[in-house]
Design a protein around this ligand. Structure first.
Ligand code: PRP
Ligand code: URA
Length: 209
């Protein structure tokens, strides 16, 4: 199976088009990001194993499927990844949340880690690293390396928009990590911004510049 999963639902496409529009407000941008992440969550979790449990319905007792393991850790890459947490938590309210702070150097485009905080026992959980933008792939690759160094083995990467360069970087550095995206764009500009992309996701979420 290919490592890259492009989720092409019409509702996701329409919402993403609204997000790309430069006139879309921060308020609407955040709401759309939450909604798209929730819809993507359905696909990201499609292969989760289930087990049978015994349940008594109002009619009779029977064996019914439930999740085999419900220990998930959602790991947003700060800042922009924060915009994807609520959508996944709505789908999986029992999930835990850890944070990795990374910022790209404006000149070299290399990421630098400034924060790392995880919930107890997270190394044994299914981890979903979330960040709207996979541009050069440096930030996501670093975040995944940080998690692996601490013993994590089951990691999925969830992005809204990816550039082919970012996908290639993850393919090379982390061939075991599945990548879920809503769109694969054309490439990067001279500032390593995704083209056509949607601009600076963190700035658009938080109204900064
Ligand atoms: C953005 C974005 C990703 C990263 C993608 O974050 O949210 O984390 O850049 O670029 P890359 O694939 O080339 O590493 P940024 O460093 O701008 O920080 P911010 O979220 O705090 O704005
Ligand atoms: N970070 C962003 O927020 N947007 C891009 O297009 C690239 C990196």
């Amino acid at each position: 199976m290919d490592q890259l999963h492009i989720i092409t639902h019409p509702l996701i496409k329409a919402k993403l088009t609204r997000m790309r529009d430069r006139r879309t407000s921060s308020q609407e941008f955040r709401a759309l990001l939450r909604e798209i992440t929730l819809l993507m969550g359905y696909e990201i979790t499609r292969d989760l194993p289930t087990k049978l449990v015994s349940v008594e319905t109002p009619v009779c007792r029977g064996e019914f499927p439930t999740l085999q393991d419900d220990f998930f850790t959602i790991v947003p890459i700060l800042r922009a990844g924060l915009g994807m947490v609520d959508g996944l938590l709505e789908l999986m309210p029992f999930a835990h949340v850890g944070h990795i702070g990374l910022v790209r150097d404006e000149r070299t485009h290399e990421p630098e880690e400034y924060y790392y905080k995880m919930p107890e026992g997270y190394e044994r959980s299914i981890i979903m690293v979330v960040d709207p933008m996979l541009a050069t792939g440096g930030s996501a690759a670093d975040a995944i390396s940080s998690l692996k160094r601490r013993g994590c083995t089951d990691i999925r990467l969830v992005n809204l928009v990816a550039a082919p360069q970012g996908v290639e970087k993850i393919r090379k550095t982390h061939p075991d990590v599945d990548i879920y995206v809503a769109a694969l764009d054309e490439g990067l500009d001279e500032h390593a911004y995704i083209v056509p992309g949607l601009g600076d996701a963190g700035d658009r979420i938080f109204g900064t510049r």
